[in-house]
Write a protein that binds this ligand. Structure first.
Ligand code: SF4
Length: 100
């Protein structure tokens, strides 16, 4: 599917829904980065705040993957197409209404 086709399938107004990444599931595999036609995601290091909230399993995953995870750095551009939700092999992404 071309990027233009993907964009045509995204029907929400930008920022109506935003992707939320489950820090205990994300393994930074980049599938969401590749799937999103609006470049919402980047892979980067988890910070001390995120690290503190991890479960034991989450900490082990983070250690195993170099502390890199996906971040919705341009969440306001999300069109709610769901491609990232489907693409994530760890089922780490959900779409939620943006908080006012
Ligand atoms: S739902 Fe996911 S893939 Fe679609 S625009 Fe939003 S962040 Fe990108």
């Amino acid at each position: 599917m071309t990027d233009e086709k993907k964009k045509a399938d995204c029907r929400q107004e930008p920022g109506t829904l935003v992707p939320v990444v489950d820090r205990n599931r994300c393994e930074g595999k980049r599938d969401c980065v590749e799937a999103c036609p609006y470049d919402v995601f980047e892979i980067g290091p988890i910070g001390p705040g995120e690290r503190r909230g991890l479960t034991i399993v989450g900490r082990l995953k983070a250690f195993a993957h170099g502390g890199l995870q996906a971040f919705a750095v341009r969440a306001e551009a999300c069109r709610g197409c769901g491609l990232c939700v489907v693409a994530c092999p760890e089922h780490a992404i959900t779409l939620r209404p943006r908080k006012a």
